[in-house]
Write a protein that binds this ligand. Structure first.
Ligand code: NDP
Length: 289
């Protein structure tokens, strides 16, 4: 997933810190290997492995069909299994193995607050997807430190959720989705890349880290819409009705937008990570300026 939205930001950060990066990709190119090469020839000698691969779940041009669901699952679970096997089989295994999954692990609720220790993972399509994705990463007895980063909605320039919202908001046609009261777990892309880099470079870190900003538990979808509109100098008066979101994305997938989780990055902060963009106003200013 190194060629994707998060992968490009992480690659840039790692290279700026003097690391060498090789992508595993479906497309050939410089500093890339294919999934077939990885399966046949094994893992190239490396200090760490990160998996960011996954078919874009919120692609509005793909209907939420059985075939698309299977692609969403296999592009995450099978790539994770392939990497885990390559790590397990490596003569000189890497020291760290980082997987980025999602806060869809926790049950959407307007009130409950979740830390990395909270239960979840077995109540709807996305929670089960995260469970099988994280289970695929387990390598019993491996010396490679395992870290899972459960990410919220990634906000950044040139991709992700904001790129789809920017035009309606610029035209003054943006607004909250549904009631707008649902929590909006978010993280700035530089912080998600920063947390992965922190996980790679902190020799004792392992387990789950929530990849959301510290102010994310206090952010609702409505607050986000207002802040984005304010950052663009536009009004955000027009709510998008829940039925329209369901019509575009399908009911199962619309849950991601119409419901949300209050997620606290407890272990992330305890592990010593310092957020670059802890508050939404600053994050959005950076992105849309
Ligand atoms: P992108 O869609 O930008 O990129 C993901 C990469 O995955 C692509 O560049 C592609 O690499 C690879 N990929 C896509 N489809 C497939 C497939 N069918 N089989 C194998 N590889 C595939 O994703 P993001 O960078 O936004 O997200 C990275 C990871 O973080 C994903 O797993 C995502 O689920 C997770 N995440 C993202 C969030 C967000 O808001 N962006 C929120 C929470 C989690 P290539 O073409 O080189 O093969």
């Amino acid at each position: 997933g190194g060629t994707g939205f998060v992968g490009r930001a992480l690659t840039q950060l790692l290279r700026s810190r003097g690391h060498e990066v090789t992508h595993v990709s479906r497309q050939g190119g410089k500093d890339r290997i294919s999934w077939e090469e990885l399966s046949h020839s094994g893992l190239p000698l490396c200090d760490a492995v990160v998996n960011l691969a996954g078919e874009n779940v919120l692609n509005p041009f793909r209907r939420w069909s059985d075939a698309f669901c299977r692609e969403v699952i296999s592009s995450r679970v099978e790539t994770t299994k392939t990497l885990a096997k390559a790590i397990a089989d490596a003569e000189q295994p890497p020291r760290a193995w980082v997987l980025v999954t999602g806060v869809g692990y926790y049950r959407p609720s307007p009130t409950a607050e979740y830390t990395e220790d909270s239960p979840g993972g077995d109540f709807d399509f996305f929670s089960r997807l995260v469970s099988s994705w994280e289970a695929a990463a387990l390598i019993p007895g491996s010396p490679a430190r395992g870290v899972v980063v459960r990410s919220g909605v990634v906000l950044g320039r040139g991709g992700g959720a904001i790129s789809q919202m920017l035009w309606p908001f610029r035209l003054g046609l943006g607004g909250p989705l549904g009631s707008g009261l649902q929590p909006f777990p978010w993280i700035h892309i530089q912080d998600l890349a920063g947390i992965v880099c922190h996980a790679l470079e902190s020799e004792c870190l392992q387990g789950v880290l929530n990849g959301v900003s510290p102010s994310s538990p206090a952010t609702s979808n409505g607050t986000f819409a207002q802040e984005l509109a304010a950052a663009l100098g536009r009004p955000a008066l027009l709510p998008v009705p829940a039925w329209a979101v369901r019509a575009i994305f399908g009911a199962e997938r619309a849950v991601m937008l119409l419901e949300g989780q209050r997620v606290v990055p407890k272990h992330t902060l305890e592990s010593g990570y310092h957020f670059i963009f802890p508050d939404l106003t600053g994050a959005l200013k950076d992105i849309v300026a």
